[in-house]
Design a protein around this ligand. Structure first.
Ligand code: ADP
Length: 499
């Protein structure tokens, strides 16, 4: 096995990869920008090397520096985590060219799946159902009008180089198509440096269902079932779960087989995810393939009992998969909430600052993958996700109830987080019953209820302060205020649901 590996990432995922590496007896090398010098992942690593960059983010994207450090530190392999360089084919190639092992798929697989139109073409040829639309970028507006009319409005204009939920534009009628096309091209150019856009049919109220696959370098492929990632905000996942409430065992098996075919179509080796949209009639369509470890991988780990990072490392070392498809049994239910440093009560504005107090929940069935602790600085330089809270239960309701309890016990002071919002989702009847799709936050979630909860919370804080003050003024008042205490108690119960 490898003796030492470098983790080309930061935050919670760097810590998570280091944990599994250490368990396997592998030493870890961290790279960090000055701004992260006291971060948890830097302390956790066996060795840590500083990297430079014009901005902190640039430092983590500097392939040359990172590969140089891998060589200096005698690391044999590089794990890219997710984000940053994880889906850059040229990085995977440069790592391999430097005589190191890239813990991920080959650069050719990354390249094949990196461009959405190319990926659609490859999947179509492999017999994988794709969302109706074009398989090449739009160059001719007349042809675009024809295609849109053929598949029917509404349609979605998407950036071929898109990612992170960016670069999508919904078009409802033909008169909007041409101006939308121009705007979409401009947006795509600005966000990705590539103006190519293509057309997809807009699937109404779909579920986002993705299948985890594992493949070794010897041609063995398995799938580990699905994750339902339909709770999204601005097309970005917030809550994920395994398994999905809408998949029958038959459909799971069918989609699993299709996902394996999709992975084979790009000669995939290592862990990867095939994303699908599932419509109301249970038709599924390939959306894209993520050629890396996903943020939401822990829910799959909990229901399968398989440590995906360990598998990634073993595959990269050249080992044969130690599981066959028949060995994969899905057990219980797992939920993941992404803990973003954003203000739930103020349009999810990112918040920054020093974490003055941090206490994470624990207990049976509760897992926290976190990159922060008391004293950590949350800056504008990186993604605002601080941690992931994951719960496991014998069934979905147990996992939800456990999540509710864990969210209440999660104390983060100094920066605002979306914990109040996540709690409100856990209590939402449509979520609890499993009746939700990707439009849940937009259509079903009642932001007014969140604001009402906030106002009550503030009232309660004021009431407690007044009551406390009165108590110190006159001990006799204690009896007078008794009714208020019970009123407060009643409200306090409500408040505890909030924070
Ligand atoms: P990105 O790569 O930017 O994350 P994806 O293609 O993976 O974009 O899509 C992200 C999300 O956007 C999906 O999970 C879904 O909610 C929505 N979406 C994408 N394509 C469609 C479509 N054709 N119809 C309806 N919703 C879509």
């Amino acid at each position: 096995m490898f003796k030492r590996i470098l983790i080309a990432n930061r935050g919670e995922i760097a810590v998570r990869i280091m944990r599994s590496s250490r368990e396997m007896g592998i030493e870890t090398v961290a790279i960090y920008h000055e701004i992260d010098r006291t971060a948890q992942f830097v302390n956790y690593a066996d060795y840590a090397y500083r990297i430079e960059g014009e901005t902190p983010k640039d430092a983590y994207l500097d392939m040359t520096q990172i590969i140089e450090i891998a060589k200096i530190s005698d690391a044999e392999a590089i794990h890219p985590g997710y984000g940053f360089l994880s889906e850059r084919a040229e990085f995977a190639k440069a790592v391999t060219d430097a005589g190191l092992k890239f813990i991920g798929p080959s650069h050719t697989s990354i390249e094949m799946m990196g461009n959405k139109t190319r990926a659609r073409e490859i999947m179509f040829n492999a017999g994988v159902p794709i969302v109706p639309g074009t398989k090449e970028k739009i160059t001719d507006t007349d042809r675009a009008i024809e295609i849109a009319t053929e598949i029917g409005y509404p349609i979605l204009l998407k950036a071929a180089a898109g990612g992170g939920g960016k670069g999508m534009r919904k078009v409802y009628e033909s008169s909007d198509l041409v101006p939308s096309l121009e705007a979409a091209k401009r947006e795509a150019m600005k966000a990705f440096g590539d103006e190519s856009v293509y057309i997809e049919k807009y699937i109404e109220n779909p579920k986002h269902i993705e299948i985890q696959v594992l493949a070794d370098e010897h041609g063995n492929y398995i799938h580990l079932g699905e994750r339902d990632c339909s709770i999204q905000r601005r097309h970005q996942k917030v809550i994920e779960e395994a398994t999905s409430t809408v998949l029958t065992p038959e459909l799971r098996e069918e989609m699993g087989k299709v996902a394996v075919e999709a992975a084979k179509a790009c000669n995939y080796a290592n862990a990867g995810t095939i994303e699908f949209l599932l419509d109301k009639n249970k038709n599924y369509y390939f959306l894209e393939m993520n050629t890396r470890l996903q943020v939401e991988h822990p829910v799959t780990e909990l229901v399968t009992g398989i440590n995906l990072v360990k598998e990634q490392i073993k595959i990269a070392y050249g080992e044969v998969l130690s599981y066959k498809q028949d060995d994969i049994k899905l057990n219980g239910h797992a939920l993941e909430c992404r803990i973003y440093a954003e203000d739930s009560f103020n349009g999810f504005l990112p918040d920054t600052g020093k974490i003055s107090y941090y206490r994470q929940p624990a207990g049976y069935g509760v897992r926290v993958d976190s990159g922060v602790e008391t004293g950590s600085e949350v800056t504008i330089h990186f993604d605002p996700m601080l941690a992931k809270l994951i719960t496991f239960g014998r069934d979905r309701i147990e996992a939800i109830n456990r999540m509710e309890m864990a969210l209440r016990n999660y104390k983060i002071k100094g920066v605002r987080t979306i914990i109040p919002f996540l709690l409100a989702v856990m209590q939402h009847p449509e979520f609890r019953y499993g009746y939700f799709d990707t439009g849940f936050i937009e259509h079903s979630f009642d932001f007014e209820s969140l604001n009402r909860m906030k106002n009550e919370h503030e009232e309660i804080v004021a009431a407690i302060a007044t009551w406390g003050w009165k108590m110190t003024q006159n001990a006799n008042l204690a009896t007078d205020t008794q009714p208020k205490i019970s009123k407060w108690k009643e409200k306090n119960l409500y408040m505890r649901r909030l924070v």
